[in-house]
Design a protein around this ligand. Structure first.
Ligand code: C2E
Ligand code: MG
Ligand code: MG
Length: 639
């Protein structure tokens, strides 16, 4: 991992500051999950975004590769101590981000305890660099610069890269060996002096670039000629980027990265090492708007190869339609203004066209290419697929929203804010009234939240078992008070926790009749782990409880397990019941389910009865029980 970062990241850092807008900026906490042994199993997507890695790089102990070497011992010992004690863990250390810079993170984790033991850890990384930056802006900028400098040095071996960092007064604060050689600088003598003092003959060439970066706040790309330092040898040609270094919103200096492209051999290296490792598409145009350069990512994003496009006018090949599908005349193309006015532009909502003519929504920046202060010779365009970007951002946001529920469920369990609602289940062919217990979460402000909002995330992180245990306790108590009840058990609990002893204990404590409690499991849960389902079902039936197959008809229930599992009830899913009166096809489904259930000695319950006409049909079809808004809404259980 270290190797890949060393080679990939420094090239990317200066190439585009689109890259700098990481999704993580608005997201304070990155969530991770580890198993009981401490091996990381999951990081939320923002962590990958922040560090420029993949899930595979981070899981296990891969994330330790990103920890600053000086912090590593502390982190591993604190984490080992937490694992040994099973107590919450907290540590602060530096983590290498996608740009090769270290960010100070606060890491906090909570053990998830189950059956007396820790089954997993749920933790968050919080970026605390932000606060630190506010305290000492310039120090941080220098720190960033030295990290980039170190990476540029590591890069030296494959291609000459000049790197420098100047402050807003144009004092040279950092530079690497290549830049020193190029301009005949000596660190001891020249650090802290202004560019005008150290290279007076080049000041006129550089000054306008620095000014432009400070005034526009945007990066500049330039092709420039630098005379030999001894003024004897041949001048070299450099492809350079000048980019603002920001701390929060303030520009604190200018970063300079240049690559020697004088020789074809070096140009080739430059191309493969830098251009083709970029995540963004990059192409260059000559003064007439014809493509002269096209990198690997551009090929990946748009399907054209460089050979197919070289020499062709870019507008006609990839930019001839607007986002609404209408024709885009070349005369109105914003890239022209880059050529004519010589300034960098940034466009967030354009489309480029793939080779097959399909549009790709893009965000791009385009900068003029010029040698020294000579005429504009072309344009460099850096672009990325903005749909993929916003999809990633949406995913990250969704993930985060979901994870917020994790904490809320934990709090609700701890603060006794889960409540049960009951919905009546009425007999259609004779028998007893029963009720389905449905869980809700009450927020501290008293809002009642339906299970669809919080159960999925609780299930994903195993917290559902605590919810199910609580519900089971309440249900048995309710049965002990003389009610017939049905309770839902989630797939995760069924597969991972043995609930049978708990039910047995509650039955003994309350004296409830086991026949008054029906456990509902869904087809989808059974499909995930049939063996666990079978154990669960036989255990409960052995206690004398009932068992229902919930949401029947929505999965792909195999008749084999219908036959071999001891269900007492099939619950016909809402989908087939809600519009029964107006949908004759559903009547066939209901009739088929009833006859199937009869064949297996099971009774049927129709869920989601919303009108009287459906109820009549259900009775005619021989359905045994019915439940739905027409018969009774779920209502809070009175103590
Ligand atoms: P489910 O077990 O299939 O529960 C039936 C759902 O349909 C309930 O939604 C109920 O309020 C709703 N419903 C009842 N009658 C009608 C009707 O006439 N029309 C329509 N459109 N809907 C009706 P709810 O309470 O939001 O629960 C949703 C799901 O959450 C449940 O589906 C169940 O899978 C799960 N769930 C609820 N409570 C618990 C619980 O305590 N533990 C576990 N593990 N899961 C639960
Ligand atoms: Mg149910
Ligand atoms: Mg159901």
């Amino acid at each position: 991992m270290t190797k890949r970062t060393d080679q990939g990241q420094p090239a990317r850092t200066p190439m585009s500051d689109l890259d700098v807008q990481t999704v993580t900026q608005g997201i304070p906490h990155l969530v991770w999950v580890a198993d009981a042994s401490g091996a990381a199993q999951y990081f939320d997507p923002s962590a990958m975004e922040l560090t420029g890695t993949s899930m595979a790089d981070l899981v296990g102990d891969g994330w330790l590769d990103l920890v600053h070497p000086e912090d590593l011992e502390l982190v591993t010992s604190q984490w080992a101590a937490a694992l040994a004690s099973g107590k919450p863990y907290e540590a602060e250390y530096r983590v290498r981000d996608r740009h090769g810079c270290y960010r100070r993170m606060q890491d906090r984790a909570q053990p998830v305890v189950e059956g007396g033991g820790v089954v997993r850890w749920i933790g968050t990384w919080t970026d605390v660099e932000h606060d630190r930056l506010l305290r000492d802006q310039l120090e941080q900028a220098e720190h960033t610069a030295s990290a980039a400098l170190a990476l540029a040095d590591a890069f030296e071996r494959s291609a000459p890269i000049a790197f420098g960092f100047i402050d807003t007064e144009f004092r040279l604060l950092r530079f690497n060996d290549t830049l020193a050689r190029l301009n005949d600088l000596t660190p001891d003598r020249d650090r802290g002096r202004t560019v005008a003092e150290v290279v007076p003959e080049l000041w006129a060439q550089f000054a306008p670039r620095y000014q432009a970066v400070l005034e526009s706040g945007e990066e500049i790309t330039a092709m420039e000629t630098i005379p030999a330092a001894d003024h004897e040898g041949a001048a070299s040609i450099w492809f350079s980027k000048y980019f603002p270094v920001r701390v929060d919103d303030a520009i604190v200096g200018i970063g300079i990265v240049g690559i020697d492209v004088t020789e074809a051999r070096q140009a080739e290296q430059f191309r493969s090492v830098v251009m083709d490792t970029m995540a963004e598409g990059l192409y260059a145009l000559d003064a007439h708007g014809r493509i002269t350069f096209w990198n690997e990512s551009a090929s990946r994003l748009l399907g054209w190869t460089e050979d197919e496009l070289r020499g062709r006018p870019a507008h006609g090949a990839i930019h001839y339609l607007r986002a609404d599908g209408s024709a885009f005349p070349e005369g109105e193309c914003p890239l022209r203004t880059v050529r004519t006015e010589g300034r960098t532009i940034r466009v967030n909502d354009d489309v480029f066209l793939r080779k097959d003519g399909t549009p790709v929504p893009v965000a791009y920046s385009a900068s003029p290419l010029r040698e020294g202060s000579g005429p504009i010779e072309g344009v460099v365009v850096v672009f990325r697929d903005s749909a993929a970007e916003s999809a990633a951002r949406d995913r990250a946001q969704k993930e985060l929203d979901a994870l917020h529920w994790l904490g809320r469920v934990r709090d609700a369990l701890d603060e006794d804010r889960l409540v049960l609602y009951a919905q009546p289940i009425l007999p259609l062919q004779g028998g007893c009234v029963s009720e389905e217990l449905l869980v809700r979460l009450v927020t501290p402000s008293g809002e009642v939240v339906p299970p669809g909002m919080f159960l999925p995330v609780a299930e994903r992180f195993g917290l559902i078992a605590d919810v199910d245990r609580w519900v089971v306790g309440q249900a048995v108590q309710r049965a002990g008070a003389g009610h017939r009840v049905e309770v839902n058990i989630s797939a995760w609990t069924m597969a991972n926790v043995d609930l049978v002893p708990l039910v047995e204990r509650h039955l003994l404590e309350t004296g409830a009749d086991p026949a008054d409690i029906v456990f509902e499991i869904t087809e989808t849960a059974l499909m995930q782990d049939l063996e666990a389902g079978r154990r669960f079902a036989t255990g409960l039936r052995a206690l004398g409880c009932g068992l229902a197959l919930d949401d029947f008809g929505t999965g792909f229930a195999s008749f084999t397990y219908l036959k071999t599992m001891p269900f007492s009830y099939l619950k016909i899913d809402i989908e087939f019941v809600r519009d029964l009166a107006d949908n004759p096809a559903n009547r066939h489904v209901v009739e088929a389910i009833v006859s199937l259930a009869k064949g297996f000695g099971q009774q049927t319950i129709a869920e989601g009865v919303e009108d009287e006409r459906s109820l009549v049909i259900l009775r005619e079809c021989g359905v045994d029980f019915a439940q739905g808004y027409h018969l009774g809404l779920p209502a809070p259980l009175l103590p």
